[in-house]
Structure formats: C-alpha cells, structure tokens
Design a protein around this ligand. Sequence first.
Ligand code: PPS
Length: 287
Amino acid sequence: MSEAELYTEYKGIYLPKHLHPPESLKFLEEFTFRHDDIIVVTYPKSGTTWMQEIVPLIQSEGDMASVLTIPNWDRMPWLEEYRAMLLNLDQRPSPRLFASHFHYSMMPESFFRVKPKVIYVMRNPKDVFTSSFHFCGMASFLVKPGTVDEFLEKFLSGKVMLGSWFDHVKGWLNAEEQGRVMYISYEEMILDLNDSVSRIARFMGKSLSEEVTKKIADRCTFKSMKQNKMSNYSLVPQEVFDQKKSEFLRKGIAGDWKNLFTETQMETFDAVYKEKMKEVKFRFIWD
Ligand code: PPS
C-alpha cells in the first residue's frame, strides 16, 4: 500500500494512520506536562525500546516488576500514539515516564512552557536506515521499503514515517531547554552500558549503587531483552508485526549498515549527510 493509504501528514511529517488517529494527535496537543516528567525522544529505530527498559528500571532502582509485567508501550507510552489516551496518564505518580518520536517543532505548547526532562537518543543514521528498512518490511502499517535504492531515496528526502532524520536530530540538538535535555547515543550504550545507565540515572536525579547499576545493565542487554515478552513485541499479533520476516529485536549492533549498503549507496548517503549536517557543531561518536 502507498503513503497516501497508510500515512497521514501532520505538520508536514508522515505518520502511520494506524498508530495516530486524529484524536490522539489532539490529545497530545492538549496534554499537560509536569516539570518532573521524563520523556525519551528518538527518531524511530534509534533505541526507544532499549530506553523503555532502562529508564523504568532506574526509576524503580532495579525492581524488575514493571519490566516483567507491563508491555513497554504501556510502561513508557508514546504520547502521540492512540494508547496514550487510554492510560489515565494524569493519574500516574511523578515522575511520569514517556516516549515520543516527535520532532522538537512538533511538541505541544505545554512542553515549551513546563520544560519536562528529555533524554534524546541518537543512532548512526546508516544503522537507523538499516533497522528501518527491515522494520518496514515486517510492520503491516508501514509502506513497504522496496529496494534499498528506493528506500534510500525516500529516507534521505524525509519521505518516510516521522520525516527527515536530519531535521529530527538538528531540531533536538538546537532545543532551547539545554539544561533539561540529555543527549546520548545508541553506540555509547553499546560500548559501555553500565556507564550509560549510570549517566542516565544521574540525569534522572537517582543515585544508584554500583551493584544496582550493574543489575540494570545486565537486565537490559540485547540477549536478555529478546527473552522478555513484555519488551520483544511477541505480544503483537503476527498480522501487525510479522517477526518471521524480521524480528523486532533484530541484531542490536552498531555497523550493520555495512551488510546492506553497496559502495555507491554509502557514498550517496555520506554526501547527503555531509551537506545536511555541515552546520552542526555536535560531535557524533560515529563521525
Ligand atoms: S522503534 O520502532 O522506533 O520503537 O524502534 P527502536 O526501539 O527505537 O529501535 C529498534 C532497534 O533497537 C535495537 N535494540 C537494541 N540494541 C541493543 N541492545 C538492546 N538491548 C536493544 N533493544 C533494542 C533493536 O534490535 C533495533 O535495532 P536493529 O538494528 O534492527 O537490531
């Protein structure tokens, strides 16, 4: 099915209709944030599910109950998705934990006024592309990727769900509320998960012992999360996520793009990246 059939255009950005009926977008527009809310913001396929495991475990100081009994999408709901309307979020105790794929410019009025905390997770865009390529092939509510060349053209011009990776990252890097935003990358988490957990905990205002930090990091490895049915999306019916085609927790590594791209595709990607990111001062771990 085509973009016209599966996607809606909201503030100039493609969103899958299946997840974002008009009421859910209105719900976020009218949402009232609290100053101590913590929102993990990501461009899709950058480490959202990973954070939906790490952040609740930091909040509970290593108590496993929530990650063992509540699916990731309810434990740390996406504010722009329809489920957010069903969860009585205003009755949740502080600090509330949320996720969002929205661009900075798409955040609602209350966000800019109240300034909740944001953990912004970035990932090498070539790996985001690769993960997304496989995901679009298995999720029924997304437009099929076509060939790598076809998907590359759409991805680089932002004609994919959630729009341009470049605009997403630049928008959040330029966020005005700098003291309220923590920037971390998927690759840093791959390199040293223990240290990443400890940095995220500090940002959340939690002081964890070394033992608890390690317990959380051990619980959040790719291998461990793959076995957690509350986090591996096995609860989603096969007609929505066909994990026989590609698992949601697929490879969990940095650099898998090398197994997908030809030399020419890599050069095309790098040329667009160089041009679009030329004014960005932030030093990415993958550069
Ligand atoms: S989504 O659809 O936007 O919510 O996807 P998201 O969770 O952001 O990204 C999915 C990719 O993250 C990988 N992942 C992990 N990697 C390493 N360790 C852990 N624990 C982990 N959990 C999730 C997941 O495998 C997807 O990446 P790929 O490259 O496809 O394997």
